[in-house]
Design a binder for this molecule. Structure first.
Ligand code: PLP
Length: 342
């Protein structure tokens, strides 16, 4: 099954942690509990600075709560035209912000270049009441096509954002996968961008119902909390979400899981690359693979039990395969057999 990272089973370390430590826990509701408060220390250690963490149920909620805290309803968010926020979150960015505009840019398939960001910001009379002034720049790391913004690239984007008085938000749905590939510390990966907040991408990579919204500006926390309550995202028993995140960070589980997913993707793309019927549509750096193949081969793989989504990289039709922390050598061998038998 290579449909999505979300097809992964419940991570045993996370389930065991819940049973062992919190099955019998009695504590304050709505995030006033010990586990939620300790999460701030854990993630502050990871990023080597003081952060606040707000656990939520989905990546979309995490992204859009962050935008709501950073962008006024009369402002705008600059995002890539193919970002998850642009194309996969329905109208949630508008709903959560109370009506902020999305300015969609992006000359490349998945990244925003410093030149186009500068051009876009410079060209409009933004201070005029008729236009929605950009207040936030969003960056997806790793990108929706599994590629990585270099730290220099992030630094340039961050400097432009600051120049135009915008905050930076990182959609890190696959941040751990990017981190493993970059081989840098979390702080070195994020801080050059000057990000005010990020989504950490826990659900795809190990938890089963807890996403971490990380606030590098702790003063955003009360705004996020208010907005979460308004939108029904203030979990009453937040400690069970927080507990999943404790397990997720314990002993580097999040990094080990991402390492396993990336390495399975390398094996899989090696197989596909070597197959005469397949051609990689792009080189991805993390756990997503985009490949062109005949429809008959796609059907053959489906029949063998490998569900794969048809996808597009720009105008090119292709298929997307995603590995996750639980993709095993047995899965890869079975896929290799299915490919061979075509
Ligand atoms: C880039 C990106 N951002 C955010 C999300 C979060 O989505 P969800 O709300 O389904 O957890 C996803 C999930 O596919 C994603 O790929």
């Amino acid at each position: 099954m290579f449909l999505s990272d979300n097809t992964a089973p419940a991570c045993p370390e996370v389930l065991n942690y819940l049973q062992q430590y919190v099955q019998n826990s009695v504590d304050h509701p709505y995030g006033g509990d010990q586990l939620t408060s300790k999460l701030n220390d854990i993630v502050s250690n990871i990023f080597e600075r003081e952060v606040m963490v707000f656990p939520v149920l989905s990546g979309t909620a995490s992204n859009c709560l962050a935008l709501a805290a950073m962008c006024p309803s009369t402002g705008a968010v600059i995002t890539h035209r193919n970002s998850h926020l642009s194309v996969d979150e329905n109208t949630a960015p508008h709903f959560f912000t109370g009506g902020a505009a999305l300015h969609q840019i992006g000359g490349g398939a998945d990244t925003i270049s410093p030149e186009e960001l500068s051009r876009f910001c410079a060209k409009r009379p933004w201070r005029d009441v008729h236009s929605a002034v950009p207040r936030v720049l969003t960056i997806t790391q790793a990108t929706e096509l599994g590629r990585i913004y270099s730290t220099e690239h992030l630094q340039e984007l961050g400097a432009i954002a600051r120049h135009y008085d915008m905050r930076v938000f990182i959609d890190g749905a696959r941040f751990a996968n990017a981190l493993i590939q970059q081989n840098v510390s979390p702080s070195a990966a994020v801080m050059p961008s000057g990000a005010s907040a990020m989504t950490l991408g826990a659900i795809k990579n190990g938890t089963f119902g807890a996403e971490a919204l990380v606030l590098f500006e702790p003063e955003l926390f009360p705004v996020v909390r208010q907005k979460a309550k308004q939108t029904g995202h203030l979990a009453s028993k937040m400690r069970y979400l927080s507990a999943q995140l404790h397990a997720y960070f314990k002993d580097g589980l999040w990094l080990n899981n991402a390492r396993a997913a990336n390495s399975a993707a390398k094996q899989l793309s090696g197989l596909l690359n070597a197959n005469p019927h397949c051609e990689l549509a792009i080189e991805s750096d993390t756990n997503q693979i985009f490949v062109r193949m005949p429809d008959a081969l796609h059907q053959h793989l489906q029949d063998a039990g490998f569900d794969i989504y048809p996808w597009h990289v720009e105008d090119q039709a292709c298929f997307r395969l995603v590995t996750n922390w639980a993709t095993s050598n047995d899965h890869i061998d079975a896929f290799a057999n299915a490919l061979r038998s075509y």
